[in-house]
Design a protein around this ligand. Sequence first.
Ligand code: IYR
Length: 228
Amino acid sequence: MSDKKIIKGHPFVSYTKETFQPAIVKTRAKNFHNWLDNRRSVRDFSDKAIPKEVIENILLSASTAPSGAHKQPWTFCVVSNPEMKTQIREAAEEEERISYGGRMSEEWLKDLEPIGTDWEKPFLEIAPYLIIVFKRSYELNEEGGKHKNYYVQESVGLACGFLLAAIHDAGLVALTHTPSPMNFLTKLLDRPENEKPFLLIPVGYPVKECWVPDIERKSLDKIAVWYD
Ligand code: IYR
């Protein structure tokens, strides 16, 4: 039997799979949680090099995320050039100095205290790669017309989730950094008008002696409501 057919005029491929046995489903779900629960945002990076191929595969994993009408409305800019990293650090710190110096509310700053962040962002120069994720609100067609993308925020958020999971699975660490405002990235990376910066994600190995905040994740009863 063919594994391809036309449905309503469009090609479909078979996705009929052997389902896992209930016992395996249980252990897989549990193991996956244990594995993901091990992921932490890290701010202290080693400058140890990472092969480009690793980043390529991580980006391909991110790009398997679902997206509105399968438009994959994302661009991943990958910066390893030291001069560019310095420029990004300087511009980010300029914004962050203003943010921490009064643009963020007292309440916000208080919430960040246990995490220990401040305006200084040395990791932007130390981490071997900076992945800057851009969302593509629309595409430009050949005639210069605009073709809108759908659920762009949700789609790019999902891709970033997949990206972080792929980084963790590779044995690397990352930080979801949100310098604000982020327009300086459009300029420094010379991005077109249909792209807007979404997240800046340094990727690398952690420093040898690495410390992260002693935080806990919410328990199931705080995050889930069941309607049996
Ligand atoms: N963008 C700033 C502040 C910051 C904001 C949140 I929300 C965090 O979870 C952590 C930091 C910065 O990156 O330092």
